[in-house]
Design a protein around this ligand. Structure first.
Ligand code: G16
Length: 545
């Protein structure tokens, strides 16, 4: 029996449901029960991708991140720890949509031939999952798919998405410049020790450490943040974990988590905010991070991905200057969702350049590679910082002329180790933000005052077919459905400093509407007017917004 005969035999156990799959912003997302055929096929893709890369490890994570618990998804991780290369996304979509077993074999053969893959090449696939009820079944089907083409695969169990990205990067750099030890202990040691070094050099006493309240979205972050904080120890970090129930059904991302906090601009109802306390939220797979607090008037203050970017840009600009290496070019990457005030603050006050890309960490990550030190965060709290080879060498090889310069160079190296450069990582981001705030002796209220956010509103509209929505100009302008962009522009010009755009979500079956303007009432009105226009001209379904 040929390998293709065996694939046909196995695949017939997992018939494709009547769905048109597409590899979205971060892989496939669907109801978990409808993803069985897709995970089997992605096991095959992962093995082929690894063979194409001569046996470098490929990662697969079964997760639907911020989505509801019934959903699940698949994210593929490329050998450098980044998301799957866009050129392979079409292959994934092609395989996921093959209707018959014969279509599947033809699709596989076309990939093998287009990519000139030798099926006898070695391959290696590493996989993990989040806490969703459908994850164990999907993992077992994934393994069935992988093992038909690859006998070197390893299960990393229930870990965060960014931890698997880190492990893939570590495995693939073991024979060159090792990024770290490819285990969860190795992750905690690398990030945790670097964080402790910064806290020690800032001479922060354990008594003066603030307690950080962490909303874990009832997801995998609850398990892994406990691990990491125990490794670091309470003399360096004090956290109180909330929403940590990963066992009960219907809890994941429900009334908690980073997406809830960002969309509703309020804390999870389970968390009582007290003036002066520090709080943050992860999402379901712990790749997003948002901070928040209440001010002296008990008003909720959100410190989102844009505020994190601004804080990091300020701190790194200062460190580069103290280290005498301001020649390294520092830049920030944002998306259209970035609050207008943040973009103006970073460009005009910090004098750090800003680039705008499409939504999706894969786009931001790619753009950040264009800087010596590229800071990228989406407003939703998903982001990281990338150091080029030149940046790392400059930091390591600069001969300090003063104790202050020596300290700044050492701090830059420690920050480099705190950051998970493979991908946006909530736990790594948390250590980064804590280390900066504590080094600067800032609290959240002070950080919040870097700039005032423009009032903003995010809405979702259900439509019959979100794929008819096409955009250009980093997703800020709609080209289809015809006429809708004009309507949006006419609405926007009625509101001082108004801005609004519409784009189809790549992770949920909805169209997203963003609006900002000078005044909160204007912002709300603009957002709802645009949402109603989307509903009317874009085939809205269900109740009108
Ligand atoms: C994923 C991506 C993010 C993106 C988000 C929302 O996040 O990794 O880069 O911002 O989806 O995308 P969309 O607006 O297209 O639905 P996560 O945390 O869900 O994996």
């Amino acid at each position: 029996m040929s390998v293709f005969d065996i694939i046909v035999e196995q695949s017939s156990q997992y018939p494709k449901p009547d769905i048109n799959f597409s590899y979205g912003t971060a892989g496939f997302r669907e109801l978990g029960t409808l993803l069985v055929s897709t995970v089997f096929r992605m096991g095959l893709v992962a093995a082929l991708r690894s063979k194409k890369r001569h046996g470098e490890a490929i990662g697969v994570v079964i997760t639907a991140s911020h989505n509801k618990e019934e959903d699940n998804g698949i994210k593929l991780v490329d050998p450098n720890g980044d998301m799957l290369h866009p050129s392979w996304e079409n292959y994934c979509t092609l395989l996921a949509n093959a209707e018959t077993d014969q279509d599947l074999i033809s699709a596989l053969q076309s990939i093998i031939s287009a990519e000139k893959i030798d099926l006898n090449s070695p391959s290696q696939v590493l996989y993990a999952c989040d806490t969703r009820p459908t994850s164990p079944l999907l993992v077992s089907v994934l393994v069935n798919g992988i093992s038909l083409l690859c006998d070197n695969h390893k299960d990393y169990g229930v870990i965060t998405t960014p931890q698997l990205h880190y492990i893939v990067l570590c495995v693939n750099t073991q024979k060159s410049v090792p990024y770290g030890v490819p285990t969860i202990d190795g992750y905690c040691e690398k990030l945790g020790n670097a964080y402790k070094k910064i806290i020690d050099s800032a001479r922060i006493s354990p008594d003066s450490l603030p307690v950080l309240h962490v909303d874990c979205a009832n997801g995998v972050g609850a398990i892994q943040m406990k691990n990491l904080s125990e490794y670091i120890g309470s003399d360096h970090i004090k956290v109180q974990l909330h929403n940590t129930d990963t066992k009960s059904l219907n809890k994941l991302n429900v009334d908690c988590g980073a997406d809830y906090v960002k969309t509703n601009q309020k804390q999870p109802p389970s968390m009582d905010l007290v003036y002066g306390e520090w709080c943050c939220s992860f999402d379901g797979d712990a790749d997003r991070l948002l901070y928040y607090c209440v001010d002296s008037n008990k008003s909720f203050r959100l410190l989102d991905g844009d505020k994190i970017s601004s804080l990091v840009a300020l701190h790194f600009r200062d460190l580069l200057s103290s280290a005498g290496i301001s020649q390294l070019n520092l830049g920030v990457v944002q998306t259209a969702y970035a609050n207008g005030s943040s973009t103006r603050y970073i460009k005009n006050t910090l004098k750090v350049p800003v680039s705008i890309t499409n939504t999706g960490v894969k786009h931001l990550h790619h753009a950040a590679l264009g800087y010596d030190i590229g800071i990228y965060f989406e407003a939703n709290g998903h982001g990281s910082i990338l150091f080029s080879k030149k940046a790392v060498e400059t930091i390591k090889n600069t001969e300090p002329q003063s104790p202050a310069q020596k300290l700044a160079l050492e701090k830059l190296l420690s920050f480099h180790d705190v950051i998970n450069e493979a991908i946006g990582d909530a736990m790594s981001g948390l250590l980064l933000v804590q280390a900066i705030l504590l080094s600067r002796k800032w609290n959240l209220e002070y950080w919040d005052q870097m700039y005032n956010d423009m009032p903003n509103k995010l809405l979702k509209v259900k439509v019959a077919n979100r794929h008819i929505f096409e955009t250009t100009n980093a997703e800020q302008t709609l080209v289809s459905p015809a006429g809708l962009q004009n309507v949006i522009e006419n609405l926007v010009c009625n509101y001082p400093n108004g801005r609004s755009f519409v784009r189809p979500s790549g992770t949920e079956d909805a169209v997203r509407v963003y609006a900002e303007a000078s005044y909160p009432n204007d912002t709300n009105e603009l957002a709802y007017k645009v949402a109603r226009a989307v509903y009317e001209l874009g085939g809205g379904i269900g109740p009108s917004p």
